[in-house]
Design a protein around this ligand. Structure first.
Ligand code: C2E
Ligand code: CA
Ligand code: CA
Length: 652
């Protein structure tokens, strides 16, 4: 042990110091909450590699310096430790590079870029291990010390130098996007690595290099890896943590304050598609403006596309808030500059009053999420907590108006989604899906308007329109000759409880001279819960007339398994949530598998919905699904395109 006390044996001292630093860094790192995702994982890897290199390097140095260590470790194992240390050093250069790239959010999007990044360290590592078999790289002397051939150390130093040059370039290019303190840490980090090279050559030891890396990592843990770090990198405003901290401390101190948010439409998409430089410049302009209009407020950028001003001693109803909103609205009428272009955004403001309206963080998150949902619908006045419920009702009313107008003015259209049959290799059925394109609001998804239309009854008109359109299409086109056996038409629960449903359906079919076997009605699983005598009558009458029923969205609700055997349907449509989940987890896969088995055991047919990839299609066909519906084969399309589709696919 006396070797450790000999101060001149600096290599061992450096190793020991570096190990201590490494352990401290590791402890700090692991005690932090997971906030940075990938960046954090890479950083963790880096600490681990440095620590490991130090430990094996330290053992190797100890072996050389001490007789005592020689009794514990064999000569060969000592050589192996030295080789391992070298290999890890080259890994460290590589991982440092990857870390730097995640800091600047640089994606390696092409495989060849990844190869270029990996080459220098991979070559070094391979040649290091080749030393176990040849003396051309380096060799060990009788004392167990390592000696490089000049050719090898030259090559390895070049590879490290390549990384350093690349790092220098990245830092030079992007240092403006990080705070000055972070920039200094980065420069220090790489300067220390660079300083390690001459030391390495001069002393033939890696200890100094490893020590400096450990020290640099410790600096990083307090800057880049510090989740309590409160300044948002790109905009120079407060982070989500900073906001949470401010809200929390203000609540603790029982202060009255308002969180005034500005949600900016499209901003996340723009930021996501631009370079770090361009986006931080854009956010910078907005931040500067917002800071200026109310200098007493603190400004945060807690999540993509949303700025928050925290105003103390202000209520959401105060004049100030409305005034600020007005001022911001005017500013947003003018463009912002993005690189050399001008770009316009729409903003929607909201205000939450603490502690009267919202008294804790949980409630805040909940209210903010609700507000965000409503803001998507482009609210231009300041949205307040008291508006939440009211606005929802208004939203429904608005959609209701749009749907009524669409039904009256013939703005509805029917799209057809071809459904593939693995047995014949053709598309022999399809689903009719309604589409609504409002002059003012554009396309509105049926997933949004159908539930509202069901609540107020307009769905009846919609479904009647869809059925007539389908019949008209069947009568006027040659889709039946093109291989379509029947069309799936959605029927809402509301339709089923109408006493005259069966009559109205049958008279429509008669009007267009369409056989009852050409229509399959899809009803959802929830239908069985609402079974009333009217539903029963309708289903019975229609079934008797020859119309078949399919059970839609099977598996999405709570199915009463014992009822399944008795429901009068011959086709089950596996809900897309079941299908898609099955390809994400083992358990969900088993769930789907058992559903398929159950349906098959009842002798019924299966449609798998929401099939988006070839892999999914292949597997579902293998499991025996009779029909496959999904974007992988075809999206819902207008009538004319549907006919072209059939011509192309069913007759080739
Ligand atoms: P649904 O009955 O489950 O219809 C299937 C939905 O899945 C359609 O959405 C379709 O576009 C979509 N889809 C098809 N393949 C894929 C895929 O591979 N991936 C994904 N993610 N989705 C896929 P759409 O057209 O938006 O309709 C939504 C819902 O609105 C329908 O769900 C249905 O419940 C209702 N709906 C649509 N048209 C009508 C109608 O004419 N009458 C009634 N009552 N409801 C309708
Ligand atoms: Ca359906
Ligand atoms: Ca469905």
């Amino acid at each position: 042990m006396e070797e450790l006390l000999r101060p001149h044996d600096f290599k061992i001292c450096l190793n020991m110091a570096a190990i201590v630093l490494g352990v401290i860094t590791l402890i700090i790192h692991s005690s932090e909450e997971d906030y940075y995702g990938r960046q954090r994982r890479i950083f963790g890897m880096l600490i681990f590699y440095v620590l490991f290199a130090n430990i094996v390097g330290g053992l190797h140095n100890l072996w050389i310096a001490s007789d005592w260590a020689k009794t514990l470790i064999s000569y060969n194992f000592n050589c192996f430790l030295a080789v391992l240390e070298k290999a890890f050093m080259y890994l460290i250069s590589l991982v440092s590079m990857c870390y730097l790239m995640t800091l600047f959010r640089i994606e390696v999007d092409k495989w060849w870029k990844a190869v270029i990044i990996f080459i220098p360290s991979t070559c070094s590592i391979i040649s290091t291990f080749s030393a176990l078999f040849t003396r051309n790289v380096f060799y060990f002397d009788a004392k167990g010390d390592m000696h490089f051939t000049s050719y090898f150390s030259g090559a390895v130093n070049i590879s490290t130098a390549i990384y350093l040059a690349f790092a220098a370039y990245l830092i030079y290019r992007f240092y403006k996007t990080v705070s000055s303190e972070k920039a200094i840490v980065l420069i220090t980090y790489y300067a220390m690595m660079a300083a390690g090279i001459p030391l390495k050559i001069f002393f033939c030891s890696y200890a100094a290099f490893e020590f400096s890396t450990s020290l640099a990592l410790l600096l990083c843990v307090y800057t880049f890896q510090n989740p309590s770090e409160f300044i948002e990198r790109t905009s120079g405003t407060g982070t989500r943590n900073a906001l949470n901290f401010a809200v929390y401390t203000n609540l603790l101190q029982k202060k009255r304050f308002t969180v005034f948010g500005i949600n900016i439409d499209r901003l996340p998409e723009i930021i996501g598609s631009e370079s770090v430089e361009a986006s931080s410049n854009l956010l910078g302009q907005m931040a500067t403006y917002l800071k200026r209009i109310y200098p007493d407020a603190s400004l945060f950028y807690p999540e993509e596309g949303m700025f928050i001003l925290l105003l103390e001693d202000i209520n959401p109803e105060d004049e100030v808030i409305a005034g600020l909103a007005e001022q911001i609205r005017r500013r947003f009428k003018d463009p912002w500059s993005l690189k050399d272009d001008d770009i316009r955004f729409t903003e929607s403001p909201f205000a939450i009053g603490f502690p009267d309206e919202v008294g804790d963080m949980e409630k805040y998150t909940e209210v903010r999420d609700e507000m965000k949902k409503m803001l998507i619908r482009q609210n231009r006045e300041v949205l307040r907590v008291s508006d939440l419920n009211l606005k929802y009702a208004e939203h429904d009313k608005k959609i209701d108006g749009i749907v009524r107008r669409a039904v009256e003015n013939g703005l509805l259209e029917v799209y057809y989604q071809p459904i593939y049959s693995p047995l014949t290799g053709k598309f022999d059925t399809c689903e009719a899906l309604v589409r609504l394109r409002d002059h003012q609001f554009g396309f509105i998804s049926p997933a949004i308007f159908i539930p509202i239309a069901e609540r107020n009854g307009t769905v009846l008109g919609i479904d009647r329109f869809v059925l007539s359109s389908v019949c008209e299409m069947l009568a006027a086109t040659n889709v039946l000759d093109l291989g379509i056996k029947y069309v799936e038409v959605n029927l809402s629960v509301v339709d089923c409880i109408q006493t005259n449903l069966a009559d109205s359906v049958l008279s429509t079919l008669k009007k267009y001279r369409i056989g009852t076997d050409k229509i399959n009605f899809e009803i959802t699983e929830t239908w069985e819960k609402e079974i009333t005598s009217a539903v029963d009558d309708n289903v019975k009458k229609l079934t008797k007339a020859g119309i078949a029923f399919s059970m839609d969205d099977f598996g999405s609700g709570y199915s009463n398994v014992s009822r399944i055997a008795t429901v009068p349907v011959n086709l089950f449509k596996l809900d897309k949530s079941i299908v898609q989940a099955a390809f994400e987890s083992e358990v969900s896969y088993m769930v789907m598998l058992n559903m398929i088995k159950l349906i098959k055991s009842l002798g019924k047919e299966i449609v798998a919905e929401g099939v988006e990839t070839g892999e999914q299609a292949k597997q579902l066909i293998r499991l025996g699904c009779d029909h496959i519906q999904g974007f992988f084969y075809a999206r819902p399309m207008p009538e004319a395109q549907f006919i072209e589709f059939l011509q192309e696919h069913n007759f080739s």
